[in-house]
Design a protein around this ligand. Structure first.
Ligand SMILES: [Mn+2]
Length: 298
């Protein structure tokens, strides 16, 4: 079987891109996910009446994989070997090498769903109402309703096209609805909050885990800080992280609080923050604003 899969701790972009790109590829391609869906993603698949992709378990030696929305080895499925990957479709920096040539499509767009949309349009394939709704949701989710600095003109153009096809008229309002669903995680367990959208990175041999949670009202999470930090500490110790960071993004203020455990001082120096003052105006994107600084300075 050839599986089309997104990253661990799946977000809407990675699940939607896997689903829609598998449709594009056709027979023999099966979308799959590597973990439980978050509330936002569940809501999106329910809204457009689609059964979400199955959970990938039990990788066989002759299985092949198309990766969407990720390419770092630290983020691929456990048990997957690099030589099982036949294609990558992504909007993150490429950080892999292969012994054989494979298909790699990367574009600096705000979402993988935008790349999938472009492929459909270029190939003159029909984007039906349902697919348009899914793709639009993923674009809004990944670009934080176009507020993230990762947003490009392409994302906005495709959103217009997809909103017409899907019948979702007020795109901004729908985006807020999505983030309200996503924010429901703030009432879950500290572990669920931290791992909701969590990625591992390797910065010159230093393993750093970075979670992000985007909220319309950060107070929902702030009141849980005393439960969340100790849990981050446990995760750091159990998995020998150099540091674990939770990026708490205030969608309305357009900035983020950085909660850090582990080698705090190194991280604090890089971002010029401290225990009392850990808010960074303008930081919305882990990929574009958090990871590059750590990559250069750690
Ligand atoms: Mn993405």
């Amino acid at each position: 079987m050839i599986y089309v899969v997104g990253h661990k701790n799946p977000d809407t972009d990675s699940v939607v891109s896997a689903y829609v790109y598998a449709k594009f590829k056709g027979d023999g391609f099966m979308p799959a996910v590597l973990g439980e869906l978050n509330n936002e993603t569940k809501f999106v698949f329910e809204k457009f009446n689609i059964t979400p992709p199955v959970l990938l378990s039990n990788i066989k030696e002759d299985d092949k994989f198309v990766l969407v929305d990720h390419n770092e080895i630290t983020q691929i499925a456990d048990g997957m070997k690099v030589d099982q990957i036949i294609e990558i479709l992504d909007h993150h920096k490429v950080n892999v090498s292969f012994s054989n040539p494979i298909y790699i499509t990367t574009k600096p767009y705000g979402s993988t769903a935008s790349i999938v949309t472009e492929i459909f349009l270029e190939e003159k394939r029909e984007v039906n109402k349902t697919l348009a709704g899914l793709l639009l949701s993923a674009i809004l989710s990944d670009t934080i309703i176009f507020k993230s600095p990762t947003t490009t003109e392409k994302d906005k153009q495709f959103a217009v096209v997809l909103s017409e096809i899907s019948g979702v008229k007020n795109v901004e309002e729908y985006g807020i609805e999505l983030f309200k669903k996503k924010a429901e995680v703030a009432s879950k367990s500290p572990s669920q909050i931290i791992f909701n959208d969590f990625k591992d990175f390797d910065f010159k041999g230093k393993k750093v885990g970075i979670g992000q949670i985007e909220l319309i009202d950060v107070n929902d999470l702030y009141i849980r800080k005393d439960e969340i930090l100790p849990q981050m500490e446990i995760i750091k110790n159990d998995n020998s992280y150099f540091a674990v960071i939770l990026v708490v993004t205030d969608i309305m203020k357009e900035g983020s609080y950085l909660w850090v455990v582990g080698n705090k001082e190194s991280i604090y120096d890089i971002f010029r923050i401290n225990d009392e003052n850990n808010y960074k105006e303008g930081i919305m994107s882990r990929k574009k604003q958090v990871v590059p600084l750590l990559e250069q300075n750690l």
